[in-house]
Design a protein around this ligand. Structure first.
Ligand code: NAP
Length: 237
């Protein structure tokens, strides 16, 4: 049977590349592309749906796709690090409520509510893979630099949500898999202001998605709840 795939953040650097990848896959029938603006990839497989995590009523735009027979993969590639109003904090002195709320809203609350909304479709499906774009900086074990308080802690919270969802969804179907992935440092609107200070390799979205798609195809139920980097190595929580 041909697969249906859902990608949240289909307008972003990484999300758009995943959208293209699945459109080119002959085993994929439909690519449901969620974004705040309509998608500009022209492909008959794409169904574009507007979902904005800051406007909860837009989750109702997903009601129709709950009628699908099944879904095989959900990629959640939404996230913010900075906006016109928000900069990642260098020190606790720079933390404020508006930034914390906004970063947690997009990086944790939105993805969680999205899975809740898709639950009827997840329950009908077998061996679904749900992949959240997390980040290495969300690892408490790996934290040697500090800073970026809102972003770092939102990704740690997302990792706990991944672990929790993994437990709950495997009670529905043992073959369901929920993981987080770190895409590497990737050229995108999110990373652009910080790339000049990066000493390690920087991936294009296409390179990163090429590596991540191998990680996604290699994982199975024993890997559920964990977080992997682009090379398939587990990132300690
Ligand atoms: N790039 C990197 O180096 C890097 C490294 C580690 C982890 N990551 C993670 O990878 C994921 C994707 O990052 P990216 O580099 O592709 O960033 P990006 O190009 O900025 O894409 C971010 C996506 O999130 C969407 N988004 C932002 N606010 C939203 C909201 N309120 N409601 C719904 N969608 C919203 C954006 O939609 P609009 O187009 O409408 O703004 C866009 O589709 C993020 O979770 C990020 O934390 C990236």
């Amino acid at each position: 049977m041909k697969k249906n795939i859902l990608i949240a953040g289909a307008s972003g650097g990484i999300g758009k590349e995943f959208t293209k990848l699945y459109c080119d896959d002959p085993n994929v029938e439909k690519v449901i592309a969620l974004s705040r603006k309509m998608n500009n990839i022209d492909n008959p497989k794409i169904q574009s749906i507007e979902v904005d995590y800051s406007r909860e009523e837009t989750f109702d735009n997903l009601n129709d796709i709950l009628q699908l027979e099944s879904i095989s993969t959900i990629i959640i590639a939404t996230g913010i690090l900075h906006t016109d109003q928000i900069k990642p904090e260098k020190s606790i002195a720079g933390v404020d409520l508006v930034t914390l709320q906004k970063v947690f809203q997009v990086n944790v609350f939105g993805p969680t509510l999205l899975v809740k909304k898709l639950l009827p479709l997840i329950k009908k499906s077998k061996g679904i893979k749900i992949v959240f774009l997390s980040a290495r900086v969300g690892s408490i074990t790996d934290n040697s630099l500090g800073g970026w308080h809102s972003y770092r802690s939102s990704k740690s919270a997302l990792n706990m949500m991944i672990s929790n969802l993994s437990i709950e969804l495997q009670r529905i179907d043992k073959a369901h898999v929920v993981i987080g992935v770190h895409p590497g440092t990737v050229q995108s609107q999110l990373s652009e202001p910080f790339l000049k200070n990066v000493k390690h390799s920087i991936f294009s979205p296409k390179e990163s998605v090429g590596l991540l798609s191998k990680v996604i195809s290699d994982i199975d139920q024993k890997d559920s709840g964990k977080c992997f980097d682009f090379s398939g190595k587990i990132i300690a929580p």
